[in-house]
Design a protein around this ligand. Sequence first.
Ligand code: NAX
Length: 324
Amino acid sequence: MSIKTITITGAAGQIGYQLAFRIASGQLLGPREKINLKLLEIPVALDALNGVAMELDDCAFPCLETVTVTDNASVAFQDCNYAFLVGAKPRGPGMERSDLLIENAGIFSVQGTAINANANRNVKVLVIGNPANTNALITMSNAPDIDPKSFSAMMRLDHNRALAQLSTKTDSHVTSIKKLTIWGNHSTTQYPDIHHATVKDQQAIDLVSLDWMKNTFIPNVQQRGAKIIQARGLSSAASAASAAIDQLRDWTFGSAENDWISMAIPSDGSYGISEGIIYSFPVICSEENYEIVQELEMNELSESYLKASEAELLIERKTVEHLL
Ligand code: NAX
């Protein structure tokens, strides 16, 4: 059996600390797939990262072959099959969103170049570090020899949050909810859409009021990250790592039958969204690939949400266009 190389950037951070152990225990590829784990950090975090590597050793995971700790992107992405790009610069005091975009753009252009030069040609890259969609665009643009469909930004946490909200409202288990979609950007302009969703085979939209959908459900999902920070004093970490594994597992092994997932991927113009931006669509995954679900009927309200998130992503792209 071949050994898969999995790279995690920002691996000494909160999400990295969750992700590394879940992956090494086999939760991504199953208990029989051997794994080489490559962990990338900035130099000041290498001591902490060595501590993470020591703990990984101490777990004696049966499927973990090697752990590499490095601050060199070329080493981290050598032969990489799966990349989780978590490491990013957080928004500091007084920093504008455009400053954050530019600061992070530098990180993701370097990592895109390193992926292009070193990773397996069939690598799957999931960008988690914010602003995730535009960071994914920069990474993809700097890796011209890799198929653009290999790059995605994480929307699965938003998708899972929406499932949880609808499940509570309809007093049904999350597994009985199908065909829910998060459209757009991983930001407060994202559009959690229940128009095509079913709950125990009933149309979700018939089970809730329009007022609940517009004034409770949508804002709750959009602002869930801020609520977690308020409660925990720290941003979502375990749920983010769990969602990252969900997304890459479905992308690799296929999404559930009679359902779809939300993935931020390079737009091909579907639903009138500008080509090239990394926008979240409903997708069905199979055979290590994905296809956008087509021909869903969209009402005026949905269209306006889709356009608002597209407009935000077009502004983000303009801010970093010198790096594309
Ligand atoms: P932490 O600050 O705990 O960890 C980030 C780590 O990245 C740090 O250890 C830092 O040293 C490292 N880092 C910074 N620059 C690096 C570089 N150039 N190369 C390698 N490592 C680098 O943040 P954490 O809570 O783990 O969150 C990480 C990122 O995920 C943030 O940008 C955060 O906003 C984003 N999130 C994205 C989510 C999504 O759904 N897409 C949800 C969760 C999370 O908020």
